[in-house]
Design a protein around this ligand. Structure first.
Ligand SMILES: C[S@@+](CC[C@H](N)C(=O)[O-])C[C@H]1O[C@@H](n2cnc3c(N)ncnc32)[C@H](O)[C@@H]1O
Length: 354
């Protein structure tokens, strides 16, 4: 289809607009399911709505309506009137599922994250970070003041990183290095995946004290307490020296170009000869093409995370050229940019100081 196609709208076009207008209702339906633990209550068999309602402590009819809405969204299947089971997508809302997205769904439907979205038009007009105006502080300071929310954020990031932690160890030649520091490494999920697959490597998870709250538990769970340590600090001040590979995933997109250059500059400052910086982030195509491969477009989600960065933290998603410019400004030479197979929409951006 040409970009200048001006055919008359069809029924499917109206359906698209209606579905998008109802998007936040779908998100709140998901949120209610998580809060009422619907997925755990349905379990792995077919269950009657009356039984789910009794276990959740709700009235029968409202629960049936919620379960039907979840079936309409593809998270449950209704086999006979009032009898439901989980779909594979619904099963991902079970906190016990190995690829669970429960904390992720909870965080991205949380009122804290959504309040700034009410002011997206203002952010577009002024370029200002709506979150800071609404809450009177910035996002990460707010997390520091709200430990429960911070724990949820860390858990959401960990769940969002699962696919990358499985794919990355086999997609990059880690054998050339002796020690990896994960800058802004959160609860350690990504570095644990890398160290599990590469027993000769040692590692450091570097993050704020709040960001590291769950990291010792992750390292213990993976049996990595001997080979991996944590370091608390501020990457706007410095990055700890001692590694020959500095991994940095889903961090630069939280920040403006100038701030991202500062963080990369601190990585460069501690890079030994032959050392590398490995950025893991989505790389936006130069032109939006919703018909391109799903591993590039991510169904359009990355453009929404770009806006999420605009309203909540002031960062942005970036193109290949944007990343190359950031690296050069930080004194780094971009070596390669490669899509990370199995972890769409992420790419690996390798850079050196040589
Ligand atoms: C979007 S999360 C990404 C976490 C992890 N890299 C991942 O991909 O799952 C950003 C991380 O940056 C950390 N962070 C924010 N400000 C920081 C700072 N000034 N110094 C060090 N870490 C910081 C946060 O605590 C958080 O863990």
């Amino acid at each position: 289809m040409s970009k200048t196609d001006v055919r008359a709208p069809e029924a499917a076009d109206a359906e698209l607009v209606v579905r998008l207008a109802f998007g936040s209702m779908a998100a709140q339906t998901l949120r209610a399911a998580v809060r009422l633990k619907v997925v755990e209550l349905v379990g792995d068999a077919q269950r009657r709505a009356a039984d789910v309602a009794a276990d959740a402590g709700t009235a029968h009819q409202p629960m049936t309506r919620l379960l039907r809405a979840l079936a309409g969204l593809g998270l449950l299947a209704e086999h006979a009137p009032d009898t439901f089971s989980l779909t594979p997508a619904g099963a991902l809302l079970d906190p016990g599922h190995p690829a669970s997205l429960t904390s992720f769904a909870g965080m991205f439907t949380d009122p804290t994250l959504l309040r700034a979205w009410e002011h997206l038009d203002t952010s577009v007009r002024t370029g200002e970070i709506a979150f800071d105006a609404v809450f009177g502080t910035d996002f990460f300071r707010h997390l520091g003041q709200h430990p429960e929310l911070s724990a949820q954020f860390n858990a959401a990031m960990s769940q969002a990183t699962g696919a990358t932690a499985a794919a990355l160890p086999h997609a990059f030649d880690f054998g050339r290095f002796t020690s990896v520091t994960d800058v802004g490494g959160g609860d350690g999920t990504l570095l644990a995946g890398v160290l599990d697959a590469h027993p000769a490597l040692t590692g450091v998870v570097f993050d704020t004290t709040d960001g590291l709250a769950d990291t010792p538990r992750t390292l213990e769970r993976h049996g990595l307490t001997e080979r991996c340590s944590t370091a608390a600090g501020d990457f706007f001040h410095a990055v700890p020296k001692g590694s020959d590979l500095y991994l940095i995933k889903s961090v630069l997109h939280d920040w403006t170009d100038d701030q991202a250059v500062t963080i990369l500059g601190h990585c460069r400052a501690v890079l030994p000869p032959g050392g590398r910086v490995l950025i893991v982030e989505p790389v936006l195509p130069e032109v939006v093409d919703i018909h391109a491969e799903a591993d590039v477009t991510d169904g359009g989600t990355t453009y929404l995370t770009d806006l999420n960065m605009m309203v909540n933290v002031g960062g942005r998603e970036r193109t290949r050229k944007d990343f190359e410019d950031l690296c050069r400004r930080a004194g780094l030479t971009p070596i390669s940019i490669t899509p990370l197979a199995g972890a769409a929409p992420f790419s690996l951006i390798e850079a050196s100081a040589d």
